[in-house]
Design a protein around this ligand. Structure first.
Ligand code: ADP
Length: 594
């Protein structure tokens, strides 16, 4: 109860009211008692005076005690008091209540002594005669200048005490009622004071729980209202800051989520605190990596070493790491940080795999081109030297040499043309114009053009496709080049007596074209690589081939949105397939693309 503001405010009030009222009751009852007693004293004095006046006559004539006793009784009845008649020597001559003859000498009674000395005597004391507190008033009876006796009137104080007690009771009742009222009032005031504080506390708790929309309406115009306003200001500022912070966090999380580089943060104990998807995929780590030891997640001694070195030296460490497991090359930067007591490291991972691949492709390409150029150039050089040294004397030999030089030059020109074609297609400089094209238009011209060559090689060449095969969307010239390349290969790699079949079939929204031969076939190891530039599976047979034909075919088919692949069984033959999209009749536009 003491820890409750309501009671802390109300209790002192209640105590104060009770104390004040108790003091007031005590003071009032004493005061009223005094008044009553003074009043009674005055009344008794005047009654005693009256009695003394009336006694002058009987005492003057020496009336007998019986008469005096009867008088005392009569007056007592009228005054409703005890009346005593005392002789000047203290003997009791008559009394309204008692058997006066047995009463002791009253000379030494204080009121009698006082009356004899001052003419009026009063006293309040316990009366042994009647057995309770009495107030006495005595007046001397003067007859012819002599004190002939004393008249005394007395009344019990009981009446006064009853009045006082009744008064005290009423005062106490009033005090109790006032205390209860004051207490209630104090509680009410305290409650009204405490209520906004309680609301403020509740709202502050809600704010602490994370509900940032709390706002208090000030209902009063006092300090508590100021407090409420200050609270609202604090809440709104907090909300602003939290919103800004969470927006920032979302933005940062977005950046981390979508950035190509890997980012990791480890705490001072080397546990992963943050890892973005790129880092997880670069390291081949599981998704529940947060909280796990860094060494477990990095799983590469060089990465762990870099991290340790950076922690030990407190400096940024950088290195390139080859991850054989993922076949990846990573650039790693480890930066240690120490901010507001927290220690940790920021680890950035950059994937250099594609850069390395591009580098390799470029290097391979240059070395391939130089390699391919070197052979024909070397033989040209040899032919020229031979011609200069000796062949001039032999016109026939000279002619043979010149024919061979011509053939070498043709091969060179062919290679350069193919290289140019390939680079034009790859770089998008050879725009393709797609148009609805019949399968017949695509297949027949290349077949007819190469038929003499096939016949010379003693190969049968046939074309098969259903008459109702749908038209496709294609660049006719580019398609002819694809077929020429495939047919050239088929003729080149099929021994005499073999067969080459060109076929086309509709499959769903596609037409699949195939060129099948009964030739030497391709080894399973070579099969996935034959579409690479300069790749020749069988160098002895490929003869003057450049290794570019299939690469060009692949690029053209892919530019059409189709696929190209090969199936082969060594020694039995190969089949090359490619697909083309069926022309959509609703699509009348002529598309242009690479
Ligand atoms: P090339 O100019 O050497 O023919 P290509 O790119 O056209 O170059 O072919 C690459 C390699 O694929 C050839 O050297 C050959 O080894 C293999 N190849 C292509 N077509 C056939 C085929 N029909 N039969 C067997 N091997 C083939």
């Amino acid at each position: 109860m003491i820890h409750n503001i309501r009671w802390r405010i109300a209790l002192p009030y209640i105590v104060l009211v009770i104390l004040v009222l108790a003091a007031l009751a005590a003071y009032l009852s004493e005061f009223v008692r005094g008044l009553y007693i003074a009043d009674l004293q005055a009344q008794l004095s005047s009654e005693a005076r009256l009695a003394a006046d009336a006694l002058a006559e009987p005492l003057g004539r020496g009336a007998p005690p019986d008469e005096l006793a009867a008088l005392a009784k009569e007056w007592a009845r009228q005054l409703e008091a005890r009346v005593t008649i005392i002789a000047s020597d203290g003997r009791v001559l008559g009394d309204s209540h008692e058997n006066w003859a047995l009463m002791d000498n009253h000379l030494m009674r204080p009121e009698v002594q006082q009356a004899l000395a001052q003419g009026l005597g009063t006293s309040t004391r316990f009366s042994h005669t009647v057995g309770y507190d009495m107030m006495y008033a005595a007046v001397p009876v003067v007859v012819r200048g002599q004190v002939a006796g004393i008249a005394r009137v007395a009344r019990p104080l009981r009446q006064v005490e009853i009045h006082i007690a009744r008064l005290r009771q009423s005062i106490l009742l009033a005090a109790a009622a006032a205390s209860v009222l004051a207490g209630l009032l104090a509680l009410l005031i305290a409650e009204r004071t405490v209520r906004p504080i309680r609301r403020l506390t509740r709202d502050a708790l809600r704010l602490a729980e994370g509900n940032l929309d709390v706002s208090i309406l000030p209902t009063t115009r006092d300090e508590i209202a100021d407090l409420a306003r200050a609270f609202n200001m604090m809440a709104s500022q907090l909300k602003e800051k939290m919103t800004a912070l969470s927006e920032e966090k979302v933005r940062l999380a977005d950046v981390l989520e979508h950035m190509a580089d890997g980012v990791m943060i480890a705490d001072g104990e080397g546990r992963v605190q943050l890892i973005n998807p790129s880092a997880a995929s670069l390291l081949g780590a599981a998704s529940d990596t947060v909280g796990r030891p860094l060494a477990q997640v990095l799983r590469h001694h060089r990465l762990i070493e870099l991290w340790r070195e950076s922690i030990a030296s407190g400096a940024e460490m950088e290195g390139t790491v080859e991850l054989y497991r993922q076949n990846a090359l990573l650039r790693v930067v480890v930066t240690p940080f120490r901010e507001r007591g927290t220690e940790g490291s920021l680890i950035m991972l950059q994937d250099l795999t594609h850069v390395r691949r591009l580098e390799t492709v470029r290097r391979d390409f240059i070395s391939n081109v130089s390699h391919e150029l070197r052979t024909p150039l070397a033989s040209l050089k040899a032919l020229v030297e031979t011609l200069r040294d000796s062949a001039s004397d032999d016109p026939q030999a000279a002619r043979r040499f010149l024919d061979r030089m011509d053939a070498e030059l043709d091969a060179l020109i062919q290679m350069v043309r193919e290289l140019l074609d390939l680079s034009r297609i790859e770089s998008g400089q050879a725009p393709l114009s797609f148009a609805p094209t019949s399968v017949e238009q695509i297949l027949l011209p290349p077949v007819e053009r190469l038929r003499p060559q096939a016949e010379r090689a003693n190969l049968s060449l046939s074309v098969q496709f259903p008459p109702d095969i749908p038209a496709v969307k294609a660049d006719l010239e580019a398609m002819h080049q694809v077929l020429m390349n495939l047919l050239h290969n088929a003729i080149k790699f099929t021994p005499p007596g073999g067969e080459i079949i060109v076929e086309a079939q509709a499959k769903g929204r596609e037409v699949v074209v195939s060129v099948r031969d009964t030739g030497v076939g391709i080894a399973p190891d070579d099969l996935p690589r034959i579409f690479e530039r300069f790749y020749k599976a069988d160098r002895s047979r490929s003869g003057g081939g450049t290794g570019l034909g299939l690469a060009i075919a692949k690029h053209i088919v892919q530019a059409h949105g189709g696929r190209i692949w090969a199936e082969s069984e060594q020694g039995k033959g190969s089949t090359f397939y490619f697909t083309l999209a069926v022309h959509d009749i609703s699509d009348n536009t002529t598309l242009t693309g690479r």
